[in-house]
Design a protein around this ligand. Structure first.
Ligand SMILES: NC(=O)c1ccc[n+]([C@@H]2O[C@H](COP(=O)([O-])OP(=O)(O)OC[C@H]3O[C@@H](n4cnc5c(N)ncnc54)[C@H](OP(=O)(O)O)[C@@H]3O)[C@@H](O)[C@H]2O)c1
Length: 497
């Protein structure tokens, strides 16, 4: 599924990582580059420049990256394999808040290209704090007009980390700044959940299986649950996180993308534009559940001890957990609640979607009149699509307990992707970097999706006055505040883990 006219080839290029000394580069980007290199998926003339504020030599920088890769890559560390990639990596010290740095950055890249990348293709990765995105985009643009008028003879693409803005207004202004420098088709807006294999697999499971496709609607589905749980706290991201919270950090991006893929209408053809349009229509139809008021349909939580984290305001009310009950206002989904939850410092790291099917009509009376003993009154069919930490699909169905004549118990069919294919899915960042080098945009968010998602989140805040909503405290290592459990138990439901 492709959009835009970029050719799908592995052309030589220079990748410039702004934030080349940061946590994201060390934990994700450098290991992804190493894995791509080992797998022969980088172009032969690939090279990289890391940009940061700290003073250091390129040799020091390479050693730091080697250490980070050996700690974080799922490929076994291999000094010999690393050496040819390390040779292609340079470091540039520059303060990107200083407009005066940009001519120097440009000059450095030009020199680097002369010796390493005659095609002049450049891939910029903005791995810096979100408040630096707008000045970076503007200064890259200024440099374009004030110097040579055009950058290079090759293509220029930019990968930009989430969060894309902090509300609709800031997202629009960031987009404007980026579009002043780059054509939209060269802007790769990252939502790394779109780089996860299982998210794309959901479309296949839904649409290419006769046993699921006809059931994917409000006649057969009782409720849908989407969980993205993290077992770590906010780490050193206090100043960003305290201004943002779980709703804007996670729901606006990852969970809405998951919801859109789970619930969108089938695309008539496998074109990226059609998938995006169907996701946009779906997001436009999302509402907060219309009954019982916002305090029952939005639960904010905060882990105990959050206020003592670095760079968090005293008495901060920022939510580190949110659970939502949403409705989708279209004929396929009317009446089906979609429960979304995400949080920090929860019991385990986990990302999954669970589809709970309706109980078979009259099951109890039929089972009882047949003399069957239904264990816990539970005759559910559950389909769980597991994205993290392991990938797989689990289907729960009902059987008669072996060796009994009158007991019905749940059984599961469990597909473990890694067991079946003996390969780890590539890390999301591997796929995303490889796609950007190839000019493939299917795994990136479009501007229209981001805009629609912010409209929804801002709308929910404004309409329901969420800014004043209390955050309930929860203990680290649990599944969040009790109020989130109550939201489901009031309906006779439970969160599935
Ligand atoms: N970390 C993650 O797992 C993760 C996951 C998803 C998204 N993200 C996003 O990725 C981005 C980076 O996050 P991070 O965790 O890597 O942040 P970080 O650890 O704080 O790193 C920030 C980087 O920006 C550089 N920097 C800061 N100010 C600069 C300036 N004025 N001039 C030049 N360089 C400057 C720093 O250089 P020095 O070290 O030299 O100061 C460092 O390389 C953020 O947008 C974040 O939301 C991160």
């Amino acid at each position: 599924m492709r959009r835009g006219a970029n050719p799908v080839t592995l052309e030589d290029c220079t990748m410039v990582i702004f934030g080349g000394t940061g946590d994201l580069t060390k934990r994700k980007l450098a290991p992804a580059l190493f894995n791509l290199h080992i797998e022969g998926k980088l172009p032969p003339g690939f090279s990289m420049i890391g940009v940061g504020r700290k003073e250091k030599s390129s040799n020091q920088y390479r050693s730091e990256l080697a250490k980070a890769i050996s700690e974080h890559s799922f490929e076994t560390w291999d000094e010999e394999a690393w050496a040819p990639l390390a040779e292609k990596i340079d470091y540039l010290q520059a303060d990107i808040e200083e407009p005066a740095s940009y001519p120097r950055i440009r000059e450095y890249i030009a020199e680097h290209n002369t010796s390493r990348n005659p095609l002049g293709n450049e891939l910029y990765y903005l791995a810096v704090s979100p408040h630096l995105f707008p000045p970076l985009a503007e200064n890259l643009g200024l440099e374009k007009t004030s110097h040579t008028g055009s950058f290079t003879q090759g293509w220029r693409r930019v990968m930009i980390e989430k969060p894309f803005g902090s509300n609709l207004e800031t997202a629009r202004s960031l987009n404007k700044a980026l579009c002043a420098t780059f054509d939209d088709q060269n802007i790769y807006r990252i939502d790394h959940y779109l780089g996860k294999e299982m998210l794309h697999n959901i479309l296949v499971v839904r649409f290419i299986n006769t046993v699921f496709e006809p059931l994917w609607n409000n006649t057969y589905i009782d409720n849908v649950q989407i969980t993205v749980a993290e077992n770590e706290g906010i780490g050193n991201r206090g100043s960003y996180y305290d201004r943002t919270g779980a709703m804007r950090d996670m729901i606006q991006s990852h969970l809405l993308q998951m919801l859109a893929v789970v619930a969108m209408e089938p695309p008539a053809k496998a074109s990226l534009d059609e998938v995006i349009n169907n996701k946009l229509s779906l997001i436009s139809a999302v509402r907060l559940w219309p009954e019982n008021g916002p305090a029952r349909n939005v639960i904010f939580g905060q882990y105990e001890g959050y206020n003592q984290e670095n760079d968090v305001k005293e008495n901060s009310t920022t939510e580190t957990y949110v659970a939502l009950k949403l409705a989708i206002d279209n004929s396929r989904w009317r009446g089906v609640p979609f429960y979304l939850r995400t949080g920090k410092l929860l019991q385990e790291k986990q990302a999954r979607v669970t589809i709970q099917f309706k109980k078979p009509a009259g099951h109890h009376s039929a089972a009882i009149s047949a003399g069957l003993d239904v264990e816990n009154g539970n005759l559910l069919n559950l389909l769980t699509l597991k994205m993290q930490p392991s990938e797989g699909i689990v289907f729960q169905f009902n059987i008669k307990k072996p060796a009994s004549v009158d007991e019905i118990v749940p059984a599961t069919m469990d597909f473990c992707q890694q067991c079946a294919f003996q390969i780890n899915s590539p890390e999301a960042y591997e796929l995303l970097i490889a796609d950007a080098i190839k000019g493939e945009k299917a795994r990136f968010s479009s501007w229209e999706e981001i805009e629609k998602a912010w409209q929804l989140i801002d709308g929910i805040y404004e309409c329901y006055g969420l800014s004043g909503l209390k955050s309930h405290l929860y203990k680290p290592g649990t599944w969040g505040p009790a109020e989130a459990e109550d939201m489901l138990s009031a309906q006779g439901l439970q969160w599935w883990v």
